[in-house]
Design a protein around this ligand. Sequence first.
Ligand code: AMP
Length: 147
Amino acid sequence: MSYEHILVAVDLTEECDPVIKKATQLALNSNAKLSLVHIVEPMAMAFGGDVPMDLSQLQQQQFDQAKEKLEALKLKYPEVKTGDSHLTYGQPRQEIHQLAKEHKVDLIVVGSHGRHGLSLLLGSTANDVLHGAPCDVLAVRLIKRTE
Ligand code: AMP
């Protein structure tokens, strides 16, 4: 199966390397465009939207750091130059689906920890992105160091 535009979602931790590598292989095999996306989740959202202090400066720092890391990834993986890189505020599932629709993405690639137990009940970004996705989704299994 051949894809035309692959969007790889990165959390900007060291775990995003195997996810980008897999997406890069697929993009090369399909001669597809490869784009990157990272979503910065608003801090107020993480605290339940009810925080009695101004988080705007911290939020800006978080955004700036994410921008630097995304730039570093673009240098490390030149294949990403075939597409775009997106850095946006919001909720990962919603933003990734929106971008996929707007940019005619036909495959979204995410990392998956293959959780079980309590963390399975709490859900994961990979699970979240899969539900209601406007195109195919590939979950790249991330192996824990202890496995
Ligand atoms: P998690 O379920 O949060 O451990 O993340 C699993 C995968 O979801 C990561 O490997 C990324 O592919 C994707 N992901 C998680 N957080 C983000 C984020 N803020 N922006 C983009 N992708 C993300």
